[in-house]
Each structure stands twice: as structure tokens, then as C-alpha cells.
Ligand binder design. Structure first.
Ligand code: OAD
Length: 264
């Protein structure tokens, strides 16, 4: 199957040419950018996308994760995401999520900059205490294509009943998920944060989907220290990166301890 990629966020074109915004401070000593993918939630029991037993083995991306699929067969797309939403109350954050929440709190408290950007649509980072940027959207939210309302709701996991928009009453809201062919959320913030990054950490992502796959190269080319953790070597790994293989719930807490020691 061809690799389908979301419309590139055109990171290079969007990078600021100097200046600063309120969310990223170029004068800080360090700015830590953490990018997470499905591997950080694997130890919580959420299956990853690629590889043996991955979600994309049982489904075709083109059938359930594109705007065309929603247009062609909304019932199939709805069922797919309702089943994934229904998993959320049954899973718990693991030690990797908790370690990243601790990293965020302690890094901010010591005056450094921090951003946690996740490709994951589960809610385990926030349940562990982080404030993630969900660049691919959230299973816990719906989006109305009629009036544009995005609203959070984690009730009613029926797979056979669409839901109306609570504001404009349009009969069928969609999952607030960024599908292939759509532009990920918060790309402006992400570009600003990457421009400030001194330490870039990639966790549990295969590096197969743009634009997120390009963040590592971007940070590397700007001279940031680059740390990559995953079970298998991701496709975008370079010999200049520090690669830490293993399971996220074991490796990430150690990594966070080491980082916090080095920053103090
Ligand atoms: P993938 O399924 O492509 O990759 C998961 C990565 O996690 C792989 O590198 C695995 O080696 C690693 N991994 C698996 N188990 C792990 C564990 N216990 N600890 C640490 N690492 C582990 O998932 P993503 O890279 O997140 O997009 O996929 C990116 C995007 O592709 C997703 O956000 C989704 C998908 O199609 C959309 O749906 C738009």
C-alpha cells in the first residue's frame, strides 16, 4: 500500500524569520521539544499503527482516515472512531506519560521552555498531568463541519448512531481528528517552538508521516541535541541522533531523570 501522507505543513516555509511570540521565548537557556507517537501509549495497551498487529494491518487508511472516506462511507468511519473512543476509559497512562508530565513541570519551574507535541489522539498525556498539543486531533472531541464547533465529549460510544452538533443541530458531527490530506493543528506554534529548540526528543514514532517526521531533521539542522527513543529504529533516524531503544515505560523515566539532572 502506498504511504499516504497528510498534506505537509510546509514547515520550512512557515518558519519565522526572526522575531518571537508569547509562547516561545528565545532568551531561555533551553527549549525542550518532545514529540510523541503511538509507541508512548503502547505499554498502556493501545495498539500502534504500523508493523505486525498494527491498526493499519486491519484497516486501510483510505477507508477510514481521509475526508473522502467520511464522505463515501460515514458509517464505517464513525464505527472505527467510536470503537477507538470506547477504549479510552479502559486504558491508563503508563510510566512514560507520567515521566513526561514530571519533565514538563520541572523544566517549566526552572525557567526553561517546553513543548509536548503529540501525534496521538488518545488522552493519556493530559490524564498523566501534561499539557500536550494534539497536532492530529483528539478522540475525545467532535467537530461540526457546518458551524465549525469543536467540543469535548467522552460519553455514548454507540457505533450505529451519529451525533448532532449541540450548537447548530447539524445531524452529523465528525471525529475531531486530522485525517490524511488535512493540515495538522497548531503548525504555527510548532514552527515557532522548533525554531527555539535546543533539545529535541522523539518518542515512539516511526517517522513515517509528514509533517511530524520532518521535525527531527529540522531540529537537528538548527543545531539542537536530538534524542530518539523507540522500540525499532525509526525511518528518520540519523547517526547524529542519540538513539535509545526499548519500551517507553522503562526508557522514558530514565531519560527524564538524566535530563533533569543535566539541567539542574
Ligand atoms: P507508528 O505505528 O507508525 O509507529 C509506532 C512506533 O512506536 C514505532 O517506531 C515502534 O517501534 C514504536 N513502539 C512500539 N511499541 C513501543 C513501546 N512499547 N515503547 C516505545 N516505542 C514503541 O505510529 P506513529 O509514528 O505515531 O496519523 O504514527 C504516526 C501517525 O500515523 C499517527 O498519528 C496516525 C498514523 O497514521 C493519523 O491518523 C493522521
Amino acid at each position: 500500500m502506498p504511504v499516504v501522507r497528510p498534506a505537509a505543513g510546509a514547515i520550512a516555509r512557515r518558519l519565522p524569520r526572526g522575531g518571537r511570540d508569547n509562547e516561545t521565548n528565545h532568551t531561555l537557556k533551553h527549549f525542550i521539544f518532545v514529540l510523541t507517537g503511538a509507541g508512548v501509549s503502547a505499554d498502556s495497551g493501545i495498539v500502534t499503527f504500523r508493523g505486525a498487529g498494527g491498526l493499519w494491518e486491519g484497516y486501510k487508511i483510505e477507508d477510514v482516515a481521509t475526508p473522502m472516506a467520511w464522505k463515501r462511507d460515514p458509517a464505517l468511519v464513525w464505527r472505527f472512531y467510536q470503537m477507538r473512543r470506547a477504549q479510552l476509559p479502559a486504558v491508563q497512562p503508563n510510566d512514560a506519560h507520567r515521566a513526561l508530565a514530571r519533565l514538563e513541570i520541572e523544566v517549566r519551574a526552572s525557567g526553561h521552555g517546553f513543548a509536548l507535541v503529540t501525534q496521538n489522539v488518545d488522552n493519556l498525556h493530559e490524564r498523566a498531568g501534561s499539557r500536550p498539543v494534539h497536532m492530529h486531533g483528539e478522540l475525545a472531541r467532535f467537530l461540526c463541519e457546518q458551524c465549525g464547533l469543536s467540543h469535548g465529549d467522552l460519553t455514548d460510544f454507540r457505533t450505529d448512531a451519529f451525533r448532532p452538533c449541540p450548537k447548530c443541530k447539524f445531524p452529523r458531527v465528525r471525529p475531531d481528528i486530522v485525517w490524511f490530506g488535512e493540515v495538522p493543528y497548531r503548525m504555527d506554534f510548532i514552527s515557532e517552538a522548533l525554531a527555539s529548540t535546543t533539545i529535541f526528543i522523539s518518542i515512539g514514532t516511526s517517522g513515517a508521516v509528514d509533517p511530524a517526521a520532518g521535525f527531527l531533521k529540522e531540529a537537528r539542522s538548527r543545531g539542537a541535541r536530538t534524542i530518539v527513543h523507540s522500540l525499532d529504529e525509526p525511518g528518520n533516524l540519523s547517526s547524529r541522533d542519540e538513539f535509545l531503544p526499548g519500551n517507553a515505560s522503562e526508557v522514558v523515566p530514565r531519560l527524564v531523570d538524566d535530563l533533569l539532572r543535566s539541567l539542574s
